[in-house]
Ligand binder design. Structure first.
Ligand code: GLN
Length: 202
């Protein structure tokens, strides 16, 4: 079991929650610690108090969705996002951030105006690494049974693409990657989340 990191917290330090229903929590915690912020696990609505930003990690979106439903986290996450605090969803987390999920009945939060297609890269090449194109030069992206994001709406900023498909998107305070930024030493995606949190505090 993983506990919250850094118990004695300086007043100005940002605190990032990581939804810990199912999926890859620990690598995100390490990435947040590397970026100089504190982190805490989120399992229940009350865990969201006192957080500056939130991460919805990868895993299995259907399993995470059932878990969120069971503990009443959907409404709490929606309220958290509405408060303007930034949220980053990675892989399964990106599916849960989408407006619509194609083909499977996964309840999503509708924070980013895209349609998510689960396991869109098929079974043969369901995991691969490549360099994404976009403003973040040389961004190495690891895809594990990744979704594809289709039909980005006019308010969606596409920050990186692979083969023309959006792989890193932003809509206001919501960020999503279809790859796993927590699995590479490149901290720029987590830094973007912290940057949004800092801006909100100013
Ligand atoms: N295939 C998973 C899903 O559809 C996502 C995989 C991941 O998060 N690495 O939920």
């Amino acid at each position: 079991m993983v506990a919250a990191g850094r118990h004695s917290r300086p007043a100005a330090e940002l605190r990032v929650g990581i939804v810990s229903v199912q999926g890859a929590v620990q690598p995100h915690a390490a990435a947040i610690a590397r970026a100089g912020a504190a982190w805490a696990q989120v399992r229940h609505p009350e865990d969201l108090d006192d957080l500056d930003a939130l991460i919805l990690p990868g895993g299995e979106s259907t399993t995470i969705s059932k878990g969120l439903e069971r503990v009443g986290l959907y409404e709490a996450l929606e309220a958290f996002a509405r408060s303007g605090r930034p949220v980053l969803g990675t892989c399964a987390g990106a599916i849960l951030m989408a407006r619509e999920v194609e083909g499977v009945p996964v309840r999503s939060l509708g924070l980013i105006d895209v349609t998510a297609v689960r396991n869109a890269y098929g079974t043969q090449v369901d995991s691969f690494a490549t360099v994404a194109q976009g403003e973040l030069e040389g961004l190495r992206a690891i895809f594990i049974r990744a979704p594809r994001l289709k039909r980005p709406g006019p308010d969606v900023e596409v920050l990186a693409r692979v083969d023309g498909w959006p792989v890193f998107v932003r809509q206001e305070n919501a960020l999503a990657t279809t790859f796993h930024p927590e699995l590479t030493p490149d901290g720029r995606v987590h830094a973007a989340l912290l940057e949004l949190a800092k801006k909100r505090q100013q």
